[in-house]
Design a protein around this ligand. Structure first.
Ligand code: F0G
Length: 351
């Protein structure tokens, strides 16, 4: 059959599992790589979108979580914990259900999108809203995992990175080689670390002829890597990447420097412009943080930093339904019509 079996079965020989490992999966990965016509025209390049919102819980986190929860299960863990801006908690909660484990999540109070809170609740996790930001939540989660019987499943867990690197494999498998440039949003910097690892592994094994330049984009109000210093009170409408002290900071710098890439920032205005463009011009509805990759590509192109003719992949990390407030905000309220074809036709400009 051609049913996708989840990233562990599909890439078993490249992941830390054995024949007896109890695989915990929801069929994650195998996400669409969609040619982006309008972005290609604007940049003079061949741009593709890796649509990670198509994963089982609506974000790329599922790739890492299948791996982390599988290994936690194998090691006999009965409970897992994570800090999260929302997507990690949704994913951890779902995979913990599949594994029969308890899931505890720590989120920054008032700063996670409603859809993500709804997911963590409906999957039955134990949620604490912390009176602090994501960085505070991660410190707390680390301390709890060190002192109590609960396994940490944030991306500081190396199995998360192992799972997430499979997105690079899928891209090379689909395109026949690595792209020239790979563009990502950067928050805690686990994903850029994972993609770079995946690209390097494929190249080292001769499955691609090269590795891409890695381009990462942070939100301007939460851009510690760009500034070169911790941001104490990070802010951005892209709550998923509202992070002031990324755990994988050094690995992100290594990905940038080893690949000849860059890490830059985009403003909330640029993020929202790319967010609307993706939905209304490409038909791809993503959450605001995800649009940071595309916002960054457009910013670089407008500054003349993108040579035409290149092959570029932008990862769009999460589904737009996670945070629909931004889709509705500022949009005109739909008009109400009677049950009448003539009236509807007139309103639609058909008559
Ligand atoms: N995009 C989305 C939609 C995210 O949820 C995240 C991270 C990122 C991008 C950045 O990825 O952290 O690997 O650099 N979300 C984490 C969470 C922090 O808790 O869900 P990163």
């Amino acid at each position: 059959t051609h049913q996708w079996r989840g990233i562990i079965e599909e890439y078993r020989d490249r992941l830390p599992v054995t024949e007896t490992t109890p695989v915990v999966t929801l069929g994650e990965g195998g996400t669409p790589l969609v040619p982006a016509q309008v972005l290609s025209e604007r940049t003079g390049c061949e741009v593709h979108l890796k649509v990670e919102g198509a994963n089982p819980t609506g974000s790329f986190k599922d790739r890492g979580m299948t791996m982390a929860i599988t290994r936690a299960k194998e090691e006999g863990a009965q409970a897992v914990i994570c800090a999260s801006t929302g997507n990690t908690s949704a994913s951890a909660a779902a995979y913990a259900v599949r594994a029969g484990m308890v899931c505890a999540v720590l989120v920054p109070q008032g700063k996670i999108a409603l859809g993500k809170m709804g997911q963590a609740l409906v999957y039955g996790s134990k949620i604490l809203q912390v009176d602090g930001n994501f960085d505070d939540c991660l410190n707390l989660a680390r301390s709890l995992s060190e002192n109590y019987p609960v396994a940490l499943v944030n991306s500081v867990n190396p199995y998360r990175i192992e799972g997430q690197k499979t997105a690079s494999f899928e891209i090379v498998d689909a395109l026949g080689d690595a792209p020239d440039i790979h563009v990502l949003p950067v928050g805690n910097a686990g994903n850029i670390t994972a993609y770079w690892k995946g690209y390097r592994e494929y190249a080292a094994d001769g499955l691609s002829t090269r590795t891409p330049r890695m381009w990462g984009f942070q939100a301007s109000g939460s851009a510690p890597i760009v500034r070169g210093e911790v941001v104490k009170d990070p802010s951005t409408i892209a709550t998923a990447i509202r992070i002031g002290n990324p755990a994988s900071w050094q690995q992100a710098l290594a990905a940038r420097d080893e690949s000849g890439g860059l890490i830059d920032e985009v403003t909330d205005r640029e993020i929202l412009r790319a967010y609307r463009l993706l939905a209304s011009q490409e038909g791809v509805f993503v959450e605001p943080a995800s649009a940071a990759s595309v916002a960054g590509l457009l910013k670089a192109a407008e500054a003349g930093k993108v040579d035409p003719g290149q092959r570029i992949v932008c990862t769009v990390t999460g589904n737009g339904l996670k945070d629909p407030d931004w889709a509705v905000a500022g949009a005109p309220q739909p008009v109400t019509v009677p049950v009448d074809a003539a009236a509807a036709a007139e309103r639609l400009g058909l008559a």
